[in-house]
Design a binder for this molecule. Structure first.
Ligand SMILES: *[C@@H]1O[C@H](CO)[C@@H](O)[C@H](O)[C@H]1NC(C)=O
Length: 180
């Protein structure tokens, strides 16, 4: 038992630690391109913090940060796509080994290939993510934790919030410019 779980942990660590190309980033256009949306939180402590990567528009951890470096996105065929990166980037969600008892947080990041795990959708203007194998109380519940990293919240919204994290929902915003 101990051996197996140690191996599982080591493998999970390896998968998440897979280095991704570190480009220098490309600045986001100041105004929305055709077919793109800003995505942002609208409540403290991440009020008007926008979805992006750091550097901007390259593969890496999904974070919420300043409107000045916000990415531009849309949902297409269940994929959350960065519309201003070259090539397009897709948001990925960490696939837990035990889907019946998943960890409270599932990591999210952007990669150059399509996300193989789950489906993104807008519920009204709120970004949701679902997969049949993981039961969630609230498909639009996210957590923002250390270094502004964005996670899927597999538990209830605003209930036993993990230490160092904040409950957030994130919403599209389609005004021409991102604002503070
Ligand atoms: C990125 O996508 C490639 C191709 O699907 C995959 O092999 C690789 O594991 C992915 N990396 C991450 C960190 O998602």
């Amino acid at each position: 038992m101990v051996k197996i779980s140690a191996v599982a942990v080591a493998l999970a660590g390896t998968a998440l630690a897979t280095p991704m190309p570190q480009a220098s980033g490309t600045p986001t256009p100041k105004t929305l391109v055709s077919g793109a949306l800003w995505i942002r939180a609208v409540a403290a402590p991440n009020y008007h913090k926008y979805l992006q990567t750091k550097p901007a528009n390259v593969p890496g951890t999904a974070i919420l940060d300043s409107y000045t470096t916000a990415g531009q996105f849309n949902v297409e065929d269940g994929q959350l796509v960065n519309k201003v990166s070259t090539p397009p980037l897709y948001m990925w969600v960490e696939e837990p080994a035990d889907k019946a008892n998943p960890p409270r947080t599932l990591a999210t990041w952007f990669n150059t290939t399509k996300n193989p795990f789950g489906t993104f959708a807008f519920q009204g203007d709120a970004l949701s993510w679902s997969v049949p194998s993981v039961k969630r109380q609230n498909l639009a519940a996210w957590l923002v934790c250390a270094k502004q990293a964005l996670f899927i919240n597999t538990g209830a919204f605003s209930y036993q919030t993990p230490s160092g994290c904040s409950d957030q929902t994130i919403h599209y915003y389609n005004d021409k410019t991102a604002n503070n």
